[in-house]
Each structure stands twice: as structure tokens, then as C-alpha cells.
Ligand binder design. Structure first.
Ligand code: ADP
Ligand code: MG
Length: 483
């Protein structure tokens, strides 16, 4: 969008990521999506009297991985607090969260800007908390249902500094976080199921104003598009309000995707409204250096680092590097294949061309690919070494994909598809072709280069595509020159 002239925009995001765990943060109840309402709410998730929460250790491992991924500080001692509020989907009357001592402090991520440059966005913190239940408004007319299956689902809330200057930057940042979370297997990233939700804090101020403007917080945006649309609307609304000489009040709003507008939900509550206090049922969590080192050792190469490596060390175009690095399994597949072929460019072309096309067509992920990295590497090597032609290689790839063979070399051998590079076999063939088509041969000699394709095509036909095109070219040229 174009920001209205004379104004600037400040945006900070709070991102709620559901952690990929099988059980809840403080109970053993399942976190599986889409089950019968209220079938997965244990007495602990409901906060029944006399029950005690126990922390699921997996959530710390994931939060630490995130902290390392963004270069933040991992608090060696973190605590849980109670945030008190009343809402029908929160029968306990409080949410267990981290207020004073969150697990991760600081850190940053790099985002891409539309003009091709990059920008560093600072994170404030990331803390662990439990999700609330869900109010269901569309099941029974005149009634609101409550589904508490989601209550107690572990969340990592990631808070950014207000350094995003436009809807585009906010979306770019949200995408980077989404990629990092899925790469590190912290969150499944499924936004349709609510696994990742954005709260956008938006304010505007005049170009020369020092202080940040009065912000609104738009809650629970569950797609990149809604994030973009909600911020766009909010910027226009705030600028119009201020231009009309009215003042803004800090509030919490909801986005209506049908009307493409935000509407006030409540005026802004402050920390004191929530009467935060340390959660008395849980001890502080102390992480040892060894524990953190173990997680550090298992960290994969991060997507942006990987993209840079493909771009600079492998000399791939940036777009190709991004495409291959974007999905961790795909990038692993690419790395495994290159390790065997030693030709990153050719390998990248095979993967982004033939392999991805077939996978998309069949709606398969790279993990489900019927062609393994070993098989593909063998095939590419045969082309690189001129054992088979590029055209034959496509056929062999098809045979591998369809399971007609498990080995490129065995298939090539069995069907005698080796490239004919034997000069003594090609020379007589070319000689007789020139004799059969004397007019075309004369024209080629006279400079009608298009006719080269005609003869190469004939040779390919005669050899069922097994001739080496470059060699055929050279041989024809030689014979024509002697003519
Ligand atoms: P709260 O926890 O009450 O929502 P915080 O101060 O922790 O408030 O800020 C929450 C988010 O709002 C952060 O992402 C922060 O960057 C952002 N934010 C704070 N002030 C502004 C502002 N004036 N304009 C835009 N974003 C802001
Ligand atoms: Mg907030």
C-alpha cells in the first residue's frame, strides 16, 4: 500500500504459535485437532479444585530452539504467572503464562523488502503459555457453544518491537517467523487450523513526530492476507480520524474479513487489570548449560543461511536458492543429491523442474517422492558424464518415477540407451544423410544455419535419441566444411 503522504506507520506483531506436541502444556490430554468438542479437556485444563498442573518438558525444548534460531537470550531460569480474567472459554478464570521471566528475551530476524533490500527486525521476547478454549457461535441458533479441547494447548507467543513500517513489512516478517517455526519443527504452521495467529498492533504518526502514536491491537488474524487487509484498513481509519481533528483511544479490535474492516471489541486493558501474580502451583524452571548445548547441537542450518549458501557457494540464482531452501526436507534432498553429483546447478534444475513438477502434479511432498536422492544423483551423473543424452534422461526419470526401475544405470543398460559417442558409428550415418539430402547440405554450406537442426534431428531419429547432440553437430560441421 502507499502510506498517506505526511504520515508514517509503526507496527508490532504478537504471534501465537501452537507448539507441535502430542499432549498439552500442563496435562496429559491430547492436542489433536478436529476431535469431538470437549472430548480432550482434562480436569487440569479445566482448573478443577485440587488438581495440579505439571509442565510438559517438550515445550521448553521447542522454545529454546526458537530462541537459538533468532539469536535471543535463553533465560536459564524462567517462571510462570497467572493472568486473571473472566471469559466463557476460560473456566479457570486465569491463564498460565510467563510475564516477568519469559523463556526467550530479544533476538532478531531478517526480512526481505519489496525493493530487494533487507531489514533487521528486533524481537522483544518469546514466552510460553496455555491456549484458552473456543466459543462456537454457528452451531445452534441463539446459543454460543464452548469447546474446551483447545484449552491448555501449548503456545509460544512471539512479540516484536514496533519496527515494521508498512503492511508489506508486517507480512514479510510474519512469513519469516512462519518459515522458522516450521523449519525448526516448533509448530506445524497450519493457519487454517489456527496453529498460527497474529495480533497486529498498529499506530500512525506524522512524519516528524518523535513519539509513537496511539495504537490499536487487532486480534486473531489467521492468514497473511487478513493480516495485510486488517493493517491496511486500520492505517486508513486512524489517519482519517486524526485528519478529522478527532483523537484515537487505545483499543482492541476484531477484523471482519467480509466487510474488510476492523471493529472495536473492548478498550485497551493494562497489565494491572489482569492482576498478574506468580503461579503458585508451578516451580521456576531452571535449564542447565548441558541441556541448551544438546539442543544447539541438533539445530539445522537455518533457511536464510541456507539460501545464502546456495546463492553464493553454489552460484544459484536467488529465486532458485529461496525455492530450494524454503522447505527443510526439500533442501535436505537437494543437499544429499549434490553431495553425490557435485553439480549444484544441474541438480537444482532437475529438482525444481522435473521433480517438483511431478510432485505438484501428484500432490506429494518431497518426503513422499518415489524417486530417492540416490536415484536422482545417479541419473544426473550419467548425463554429466555423457553416458546418456538429456532427452533419454527424461525417459529414465519417468521410469524411476513410475517404479519401472529402481536404478537409472540398470535401466539404461538393459534398454541399451547409452549415448552413441562412437565416431565410427556416427560418421557413416551422417555421410549417408548428406548424400540423401544434397540440396539441404548445399544450403547449410551456403550459410543457412537453420538446416543444422534438420540434420541433427535426422541423426537423433536414426539413433533413437542416443547420439550426443554436440558431437553430432561437430561431425556435421566438419563434413559440410569439407564439401
Ligand atoms: P501489551 O502486552 O499490553 O499488548 P506491549 O507493550 O507488550 O503491550 O506491546 C505489544 C505489542 O505492541 C508489541 O509487539 C509492540 O511492539 C507493539 N507496540 C507497542 N506500542 C506500539 C505503538 N505505539 N504502535 C504500534 N505498535 C506498538
Ligand atoms: Mg497484547
Amino acid at each position: 500500500m502507499t502510506i498517506p503522504a505526511g504520515w508514517q506507520v509503526d507496527i508490532g506483531l504478537e504471534i501465537h504459535a501452537q507448539l507441535k506436541t502430542t499432549s498439552k502444556i500442563f496435562s496429559g490430554a491430547s492436542t489433536q485437532f478436529g476431535q469431538l468438542p470437549n472430548s480432550q479437556a482434562s480436569v487440569i485444563d479445566l482448573g478443577m479444585p485440587g488438581v495440579l498442573p505439571a509442565v510438559n518438558g517438550v515445550v521448553f525444548e521447542k522454545a529454546v530452539r526458537f530462541g537459538l534460531g533468532v539469536g535471543g537470550r535463553i533465560n536459564r531460569e524462567s517462571r510462570f504467572d497467572r493472568k486473571n480474567y473472566f471469559y466463557p472459554d476460560l473456566p479457570k478464570g486465569y491463564q498460565i503464562t510467563q510475564m516477568d521471566q519469559p523463556i526467550v528475551v530479544g533476538g532478531s530476524v531478517t526480512i526481505d523488502l519489496p525493493d530487494g533490500s533487507t531489514k533487521l527486525i528486533a524481537l522483544t521476547r518469546a514466552h510460553l503459555e496455555e491456549d484458552a478454549g473456543k466459543s462456537i457461535h454457528d452451531r445452534k441458533p441463539n446459543y454460543t457453544g464452548i469447546d474446551l479441547n483447545r484449552a491448555g494447548t501449548p503456545l509460544l507467543e512471539i512479540v516484536s518491537e514496533p519496527q515494521l513500517k508498512s503492511p508489506e513489512e508486517a507480512v514479510s516478517y510474519a512469513r519469516v517467523i512462519h518459515q522458522l517455526l516450521t523449519y525448526l519443527e516448533i509448530c506445524d504452521g497450519n493457519m487454517a487450523e489456527g496453529s498460527l495467529r497474529f495480533d497486529a498492533n498498529v499506530s500512525v504518526r506524522r512524519i516528524n513526530d518523535e513519539a509513537l502514536g496511539v495504537r490499536s491491537e487487532i486480534k486473531n488474524l489467521n492468514s497473511f492476507r487478513f493480516l495485510d487487509q486488517a493493517i491496511n484498513f486500520e492505517i486508513s481509519r486512524q489517519v482519517e480520524t486524526l485528519n478529522a481533528g478527532e483523537t484515537l483511544s487505545q483499543d482492541t479490535r476484531l477484523f471482519d474479513p467480509d466487510q474488510l474492516e476492523t471493529r472495536p471489541m473492548r478498550s485497551k486493558e493494562t497489565a494491572t487489570d489482569y492482576r498478574y501474580f506468580p503461579e503458585p502451583d508451578l516451580l521456576p524452571v531452571v535449564l542447565s548449560e548441558r541441556y541448551i548445548d544438546e539442543i544447539k547441537k541438533e539445530m539445522p542450518e537455518l533457511p536464510q543461511v541456507r539460501t545464502q549458501r546456495y546463492h553464493s557457494a553454489f552460484a544459484l540464482p536467488l529465486a532458485d536458492a529461496q525455492l530450494l531452501a524454503q522447505d527443510r526436507r526439500l533442501a535436505d534432498f537437494f543437499d544429499e543429491t549434490v553431495a553425490k553429483t557435485q553439480t549444484p546447478k544441474t541438480t537444482a534444475n532437475w529438482i525444481k523442474g522435473d521433480l517438483l513438477a511431478r510432485l505438484n502434479e501428484a500432490s506429494l511432498t518431497i518426503a513422499e517422492s518415489p524417486v530417492t536422492s540416490e536415484q536422482l544423483a545417479e541419473l544426473i551423473t550419467m548425463v554429466d558424464q555423457d553416458t546418456i543424452s538429456g532427452k533419454i534422461a527424461k525417459d529414465v526419470f519417468g521410469a524411476l518415477w513410475e517404479g519401472r526401475t529402481t536404478s537409472a544405470s540398470a535401466y539404461v543398460h538393459e534398454h541399451q540407451l547409452e549415448q552413441v559417442s562412437d565416431q565410427s558409428a556416427l560418421e557413416p550415418l551422417i555421410a549417408s544423410l548428406l548424400k540423401e539430402h544434397p540440396k539441404q547440405a548445399d544450403d547449410l554450406k551456403a550459410g543457412k544455419d537453420k538446416l543444422m537442426g534438420f540434420f541433427v534431428g535426422k541423426v537423433m531419429q536414426a539413433t533413437q535419441g542416443k547420439a550426443n547432440p554436440k558431437q553430432v553437430n561437430d561431425l556435421i560441421r566438419g563434413k559440410i566444411d569439407q564439401r
